[in-house]
Design a protein around this ligand. Structure first.
Ligand code: URA
Length: 447
């Protein structure tokens, strides 16, 4: 089979057979099909899309490009969560130990920061010593011992996605629904889950800007996952301002630890973060069979935070995966950035906008993310918000503080952030944080 013919076939809008997809995927993994050929093929997919049958075939081949982990020896329904990516989205750091503390096994495989969005792996690795590169045997041992494990994609799990994702990132072919569906579900299904909760984000800080696109993606993911026998709930959520009060790896760990230790008193600036965490937790606990309704699931999650069992689980995880818990137990012992600067309100009024996309890019310039694949990041760098959209501000109030070791970035980042923040005379109506919950039973508007 000639890959050029297959690219042409997709370019003209025809559907590919299983054998044809297999030829491209296997060929790409073996090196017979080149980067530029797969890039051209993805661009053809971007414009022509895929039929539902093609999307299923593609996903199945991606899943089977590596090992499909068998976790059947672990009791209980294994449930994971995946977010399509946002700014300040540290939900997984609180959610995973909270749900595990409720008795649901959580095998979580996460990614690194991508574009303007942060990644759970980078956040976890900001804890000195924490290892996200466990091999499959260790992965199985840790989930068995703790009911929880948090690692990165290994070479064995969905290797086709690992290689293709990096290529899509640099060829403007990420935002293609069948490719996203195949990418997300191949990793999740191969890691050994029974059920899945998805956070499909929409808004300026998300990859799917429009609610229509995000809704289509959520339906595609739910439908496809169910076809592979994985019960799935997808939350459609808003990413029009950063989530919680921090952006940047260690800063987000700090916010998560404060929430985990809060005994249920939600810290200032973290109410949207905890709202989303409890909603997704309730769904995971329900899917994991530890509750009979979302209300019951939420009550269990709240109890796990209130009683401190979620925090204890987090500490167990860090110790088990090699992290130094002294930094978590005494957050002030962590090294500090060399420079910091406050951004002030210049007039009285209401904070009407904090653009998450701009803040995501600003955090990268401060050192919290990468411009090139594999670049080192500064775990201390980032932004702490003192105000959120909708709040009253007075001229001179600190809206946020930036932290960095890069003195040369201070001026330009401050200017970029000033442009990204708007203060107006009247309060703006906020979009709901959670629009809806989509499952095989239909769409339920979230109240
Ligand atoms: N997240 C993924 O894992 N894959 C995509 O294609 C997009 C977001």
């Amino acid at each position: 089979m000639n890959p050029v013919e297959l690219i042409k076939k997709k370019r003209e809008g025809a559907a590919l057979s299983e054998n044809e997809f297999k030829h491209l995927i296997d060929g790409y993994l073996s090196g017979e099909v080149t980067d530029y050929q797969i890039s051209a093929f993805f661009m053809a997919c971007f414009f022509q899309g895929m039929t539902p049958q093609e999307t299923k075939t593609f996903t199945s081949l991606m899943i089977n490009s590596g090992v499909v982990v068998d976790l059947s020896h672990i009791q209980g329904k294994k449930v994971d969560k995946h977010s399509t990516g946002g700014v300040g989205d540290k939900v997984s750091l609180i959610l995973a130990p909270m749900v595990a503390a409720c008795g649901v096994p959580v095998p979580m495989i996460s990614g690194r920061g991508l574009g303007h969005t942060g990644g759970t792996l980078d956040k976890l690795e900001s804890i000195p010593g924490f290892r996200t590169d466990l091999d499959l045997n260790e992965y199985k041992n840790v989930i068995q011992e703790l009911n929880l494990v948090m690692i990165g994609q290994t070479a064995e799990i969905a290797p086709a996605d690992k290689k293709m994702y990096a290529l899509r990132d640099v060829t403007a072919t990420v935002q293609c629904i069948p490719l996203i569906a195949g990418s997300i579900l191949s990793k999740k299904i191969a890691e050994g889950i029974d059920a899945l909760v998805l956070d499909v984000k929409t808004g300026r800080g998300a990859f799917m800007r429009s609610i229509e696109q995000a809704t289509t993606l959520a339906h595609t993911l739910v439908h496809l996952a169910e076809e592979f026998g994985k019960e799935t709930f997808a939350f459609l959520t808003n990413m029009d301002q950063p989530l919680g009060s921090t952006i940047g790896n260690w800063l987000e760990v700090v916010e998560s630890v404060i929430c985990l230790r809060s005994a249920g008193d939600i810290p200032y600036g973290s109410s949207d973060l905890m709202e989303l965490t409890y909603a997704q937790g309730a769904a995971m606990v329900l899917l994991g069979g530890q509750a009979n309704s979302l209300q019951e699931g939420r009550a269990l999650c709240e109890q796990a935070i209130r009683s401190g069992t979620a925090y204890s689980k987090f500490i167990e995880l860090i110790e088990r995966q090699g992290g130094e818990i002294s930094f978590i137990e005494d957050l002030d012992t962590y090294p500090r950035s060399r420079f910091s600067a406050d951004i002030h309100a210049t007039e009285d009024g209401f904070l009407t906008d904090i653009n998450p996309l701009e803040l995501g890019y600003a955090a990268i310039s401060l050192g919290a993310g990468r411009i090139k694949v594999g670049e080192a990041i500064d775990p201390k760098a980032g932004i702490v918000l003192q105000k959120k959209t909708g709040e009253v501000v007075r001229a001179g109030d600190v809206i946020l503080t930036i932290y960095t070791d890069r003195e040369d970035q201070l001026l330009s980042v401050k200017e970029r952030i000033r442009q990204a923040i708007k203060v107006g005379p009247s309060k703006v109506a906020l979009e709901p944080l959670i629009y809806s919950l989509i499952s095989k039973n239909g769409t339920r508007t979230w109240l």
